[in-house]
Design a protein around this ligand. Structure first.
Ligand code: SF4
Length: 604
């Protein structure tokens, strides 16, 4: 197969106040016509910068410092900007993670696709309209004729991504770059979009550069895989070889950090530390600080990308002499959960949250949105109930209604036998400490103007935990230790921490008031897989040590397999199936649960 896209020694730098940041540092890759090539790695490793460099769409502070990018033999870096504009959209197109921001809010979606056609083809007038309609239909936009006249905000996330794909494919590009195209989507919509991309790619013989952090998606889509770390490629291999026996210690860690049923009885592998700052002049392997196998040579000699076998190249000194064994394929059966005997902490019966729809000058109620419509569930001491479902299914509303942050319209919420729905503000105050919540985005939930010590002390003070400030200060020291943060963290502000560290602060804040139950609302979905592993390990060990109960709201079924004892599946405000996690995930009974499970891309 001939190469559709070739990168040789590509170097991209960003000029920052800290100095020259080498975001892409000598990347070589080659993608054949009709091939799907996946670029994986954690955030900040240079994946997106590589994509933006190919299309010369760098931010103002960015510039290409060396190397070459060839599209079907054409040297893109040598083209004047006007010629490059003709290439973008016509010969190479890109779709992004968040189609909502990539689409123009003031133009109808039909016009946006039509503009691409007009710019790059000779079609005009009714022919443009016909082609637009044809494209929107080919990517599966329902009622395409009507949708053409609508704006991006009137479409769902999945439909917006379809429009983006239609615009990208308007002129039959040779290369399509998809940067995390399904990260913002629900799992069933994700499956539809991935199928669509695979189908279009096969039909058109297009090369697809797929940028993702999700190894399940790679397993489903890619012909070949490259792993990026700290601006360079550390491993490149055909899919089967990569999944059978990844050779670079970083690739291996990415697999080991993935949650799943096999890890239930232990903890997930963690990658200690962080990606080193890319302003560093590296004199050795960039992974040295985080590598379990690092030896003396690693710090003083830069490893080269060497061929292990045809098509499989690795950047690691260890692999010059030995090969790692294949990944163990079998997964241990999860241990039976010790449900019997655990005391009921929370009992929810027929919970309803209906929001009124008001219309007209007098804001008369004309109907109700039934966000939660008759949910019953129970959580026992020291146990984890996972509440799973897609966005809009009502999971978060259930969590908030249990904590009485939203007052339910009907139903009962009992905490240790006490009915919470009848309590007023003062009555609820007694239970505020017992039930805490940890949100998805720790940055938004922590006051940026408060130091960590004050954030942790605030809740304790208002809920009367600790006799005096001295005792509270002692407790803060213990809390920080429990969540794995240094004592020096007390005097720092949230912005001084990484995403994972901020989530640790949020967990410490919840623990500060000695809760029995924590509602965890997607606490790891904004985190990279290695940081997610750290937080999941932390939550698990805290549960074991402190006997905490979790209501774990998530859309990630791998996390459920790893952490949950019981699972309840929500769809359109109702629970459609619930039971022991192993049973529900292994043998789902409800068609919706089956659809949800079938849609998850699996690494195995
Ligand atoms: Fe680890 Fe050394 Fe290999 Fe780098 S070169 S990945 S530090 S063993």
């Amino acid at each position: 197969m001939s190469a559709a896209l070739e990168l040789a020694g590509l170097r991209t730098v960003l000029d920052t106040p800290e100095g020259e940041l080498r975001a892409v540092d000598g990347v070589d890759l080659e993608i054949a016509k009709g091939e799907c090539f996946a670029l994986v790695g954690e955030s900040g490793c240079g994946k997106s910068m590589t994509a933006l460099s190919i299309l010369r769409l760098l931010p103002d502070v960015g510039r290409i410092a060396g190397g070459s990018v060839r599209l079907g033999g054409l040297d893109l870096l040598a083209l004047p900007e006007a010629a490059m504009r003709a290439v973008r959209g016509k010969r190479a197109a890109m779709i992004f993670q968040e189609p909502g921001t990539a689409l123009n809010p003031v133009l109808t979606v039909g016009r946006q696709v039509a503009e691409v056609i007009e710019r790059h083809t000779s079609l005009r007038g009714p022919a443009v309209r016909r082609r637009t309609l044809e494209l929107l239909r080919s990517v599966g936009v329902p009622e395409a004729e009507r949708r053409m006249g609508e704006y991006a905000f009137q479409l769902s996330g999945g439909q917006r991504q379809r429009v983006m794909i239609a615009a990208a494919l308007a002129v039959d590009p040779e290369v399509l770059i998809a940067d995390e195209p399904t990260t913002a989507l629900d799992v069933t919509i994700q499956a539809q979009i991935l199928d669509l991309l695979a189908k279009l790619q096969a039909e058109r013989g297009m090369a697809l550069l797929l940028i993702t952090h999700d190894l399940g998606i790679v397993a489903r889509m890619a012909d070949r895989v490259a792993v990026m770390y700290a601006g360079e490629i550390v491993e490149v291999a055909p899919r089967e070889q990569f999944f059978r026996a990844p050779q670079h210690p970083y690739s291996q860690k990415l697999f080991a950090a993935l949650p799943g049923a096999a890890q239930r009885d232990g903890s997930l592998a963690q990658i200690p530390g962080q990606v080193p700052p890319l302003t560093t002049e590296f004199g050795g392997c960039r992974f040295t600080e985080r590598c379990d196998f690092a030896f003396e040579r690693c710090a003083r000699e830069v490893p080269q990308l060497r061929t292990l076998e045809p098509g499989h190249r690795v950047r690691c000194h260890l692999r010059e002499t030995e090969r790692a064994a294949p990944r163990a394929a079998s997964r241990a059966a999860p241990a039976a959960a010790a449900a019997a005997g655990a005391r009921r902490l929370l009992d929810v019966k027929d919970l309803k949250v209906h929001f009124p729809i008001r219309r007209g000058v007098f804001r008369r109620t004309v109907g109700y949105v039934k966000a939660v419509d008759g949910v019953s569930l129970a959580v026992a001491e020291g146990r984890t109930l996972a509440l799973v479902g897609e966005s809009g299914s009502g999971k978060t509303t259930v969590g908030k209604a249990i904590l009485q942050l939203i007052r339910p319209s009907a139903g009962s919420v009992r905490y240790q036998g006490e009915e919470l729905t009848r309590l007023g503000r003062a009555g609820l105050q007694r239970y505020r400490a017992a039930m805490q919540i940890v949100f998805q985005d720790p940055y938004a939930s922590l006051n940026p103007r408060m130091r960590v010590a004050d954030i942790l002390a605030e809740g304790m003070r208002s809920l009367g935990v600790g006799r005096d400030d001295a005792e509270r200060a002692r407790r803060i020291g213990v809390l920080l230790d429990q969540v794995g943060l240094p004592a020096s963290a007390t005097s720092r502000y949230p912005h001084e921490f990484s995403g994972g560290q901020r989530q640790r602060i949020a967990i410490a804040r919840a623990l500060a008031v000695e809760p029995k139950l924590i509602v965890c609302d997607e606490p790891t979905s904004a985190l990279d897989v290695s940081v997610q592993a750290q937080i999941l390990n932390l939550l698990k060990s805290l549960q074991e040590r402190l006997g905490l109960a979790y209501l774990f709201i998530t859309h990630n079924l791998a996390v459920v397999e790893y952490l949950a004892h019981e699972v309840a599946v929500m769809n359109e405000g109702r629970i459609v199936e619930q039971g022991p996690a192993g049973e529900v995930l292994r043998a789902p009974r409800h068609p919706y649960t089956r659809t949800l499970l079938a849609a998850v891309p699996k690494v195995d």
